[in-house]
Each structure stands twice: as structure tokens, then as C-alpha cells.
Design a protein around this ligand. Structure first.
Ligand code: CTP
Ligand code: MG
Length: 237
């Protein structure tokens, strides 16, 4: 089986604040995207990495890939992304060569995922699971609320049992045909999902969870940059 990793990196990073597109911002002097690309390419199972670049940033991303040392056994493709993560992922899937049978989808915004987590996801797919997500138990209790305008107190609707909840990360791993069918079906209905596995669930296909890793956190807000720099400093120590 040939496995490819699709890296959606076309987001602006609004929650991180003003600046370059999030994936192109530096962590410890290296663009977040390059960290994420390395995290995928360092898995021996991954033979191709497809980067979905900011819509007008494909040339810049190609230059970055050429500038930075990356494993030689891995192939790279760059395609421009879309308006939503879902659309960007679909554009990445459209670029896959025919011989790819398994696909990882990995957020550029999770630059520090350890290779063991990547390998665990790939292994579960190779063992026959059509959809695999790495996930972590929650530390906070979660409330479902009735959303209200800013600053208004929001009525609590329910408190799901924390022990049954998981926070999902990436890379999420899929049988290629299943993921493509999920995208086609959900997009045709004009629907969306916040992660790829959510689309596969709606097909009625069983998704399974494997252990995630705390270093696979998503860089979303400014404080996450502080944590990411600290993790990199600890790795260098
Ligand atoms: N993404 C993408 N195309 C989009 C939107 C998001 O490829 N149109 C990617 C982001 O680049 C990121 C991943 O999806 O790697 C997860 O999205 P998120 O963390 O929400 O990143 P942004 O959308 O860039 O951030 P924000 O929502 O704060 O603007
Ligand atoms: Mg976003």
C-alpha cells in the first residue's frame, strides 16, 4: 500500500492575530509548515506529501520546500487551497496519483506531532480500519450551552460524561476510497464537518480512535506559540 499525507495549510490564522498566513509563520526560525511536513515525511510509511498552500502562496511554499532539508525518499506536491479547510482537503485529494491507497490528513497547524503517533495511525489503517483518528482524553469538563450574543450568560443544556469524550487531533488516517466518497457525498449535500472523520461518520462508516499525543496540539491562539517554542526548546536540550 502507498500512503500519502495531505497537509491543509491554506488558512489565514485569524485567531493567531495579524501577520502572514499561519502555516508560514516561524517556530524557532522555521516555518510551521516545514515542521509539519517533516513530521509526516519522517514516517517511513509516507511516500508522498501534498501541501495545500494558501491560495496565492503556492510558489512561496514550493520555494520553502526546496530550501529546507527533507527526506529524499519522499515526493512532494504543492496545490493551492480553498475557502474552507474542507475545500482545501478536497483539492489535496484531487492531486493524488492513482497508486495511493491510504491517506493521512494533517493540519499544518499541528507542527509538532511525534512520528510515533503518525506511525500508529498508519498502522491502524493498514490493519484494516477505514478511518482512524488520534485523540486525547479531556482535562476540562465540557458543557453544552444555548449560544447567546457576546457577554450574555449562556444557559447550560447538558454536561456530557467527561470519561467518554475525546479531543481529536491529526493526522487522521483513511482508506483513500472511503475518504473520497465521504467528501463527494457530504459536499454534494452542501454540508460540512469540522474534521474529515466527521464526514466519514456520516456515511455510516465506523471511525476508530487511537491514542493521540499532547505535542500534537493545534497552534491556534498566541499562547499556543509559547507552548510550541517551549516544546522545541525541550527537544533541543
Ligand atoms: N485550512 C486550510 N484551508 C482553509 C482553512 C484552513 O487549509 N481555507 C487549514 C489551516 O491552514 C490549518 C488547518 O486547516 O492547517 C486547521 O485550521 P485552523 O487551525 O482553523 O487554521 P486557520 O483556519 O488558518 O486559523 P483560523 O481559523 O484562526 O483563521
Ligand atoms: Mg480555521
Amino acid at each position: 500500500p502507498r500512503t500519502a499525507a495531505v497537509i491543509p495549510a491554506a488558512g489565514r490564522g485569524v485567531r493567531l492575530g495579524p501577520g502572514a498566513p499561519k502555516a508560514l509563520r516561524a517556530l524557532s526560525g522555521t516555518p510551521m509548515l516545514i515542521h509539519a511536513v517533516r513530521a509526516m515525511a519522517n514516517s517511513r510509511a509516507v511516500s508522498l506529501v501534498v501541501v495545500v498552500a494558501p491560495p496565492d502562496g503556492a510558489a512561496e511554499v514550493k520555494n520553502l520546500l526546496a530550501e529546507h532539508a527533507l527526506p529524499e525518499r519522499t515526493d512532494f506536491l504543492v496545490v493551492p487551497g480553498g475557502e474552507t479547510r474542507q475545500e482545501s482537503v478536497r483539492l489535496g485529494l484531487d492531486a493524488l496519483p492513482d497508486d495511493i491507497t491510504a491517506v493521512l490528513v494533517h493540519d499544518a497547524a499541528r507542527p509538532l506531532v511525534p512520528v510515533d503517533t503518525v506511525d500508529a495511525v498508519v498502522e491502524a489503517v493498514r490493519d484494516g480500519a477505514p478511518a482512524v483518528v488520534p485523540a486525547m482524553p479531556l482535562t476540562d469538563t465540557v458543557k453544552e450551552v444555548e449560544p447567546r450574543e457576546k457577554d450574555e450568560p449562556e444557559p447550560v443544556v447538558a454536561t456530557p460524561e467527561r470519561a467518554r469524550l475525546r479531543a481529536v487531533q491529526t493526522p487522521q488516517g483513511f482508506d483513500r476510497a472511503t475518504l473520497v466518497r465521504a467528501h463527494e457525498t457530504i459536499t454534494a449535500k452542501g454540508e460540512g464537518a469540522t474534521d474529515c472523520a466527521g464526514m466519514v461518520e456520516r456515511l455510516g462508516v465506523q471511525v476508530v480512535v487511537v491514542p493521540g499525543h499532547e505535542e500534537a496540539f493545534k497552534v491556534t491562539r498566541p499562547l499556543d506559540l509559547v507552548l510550541a517554542e517551549a516544546v522545541l526548546a525541550r527537544r533541543r536540550a
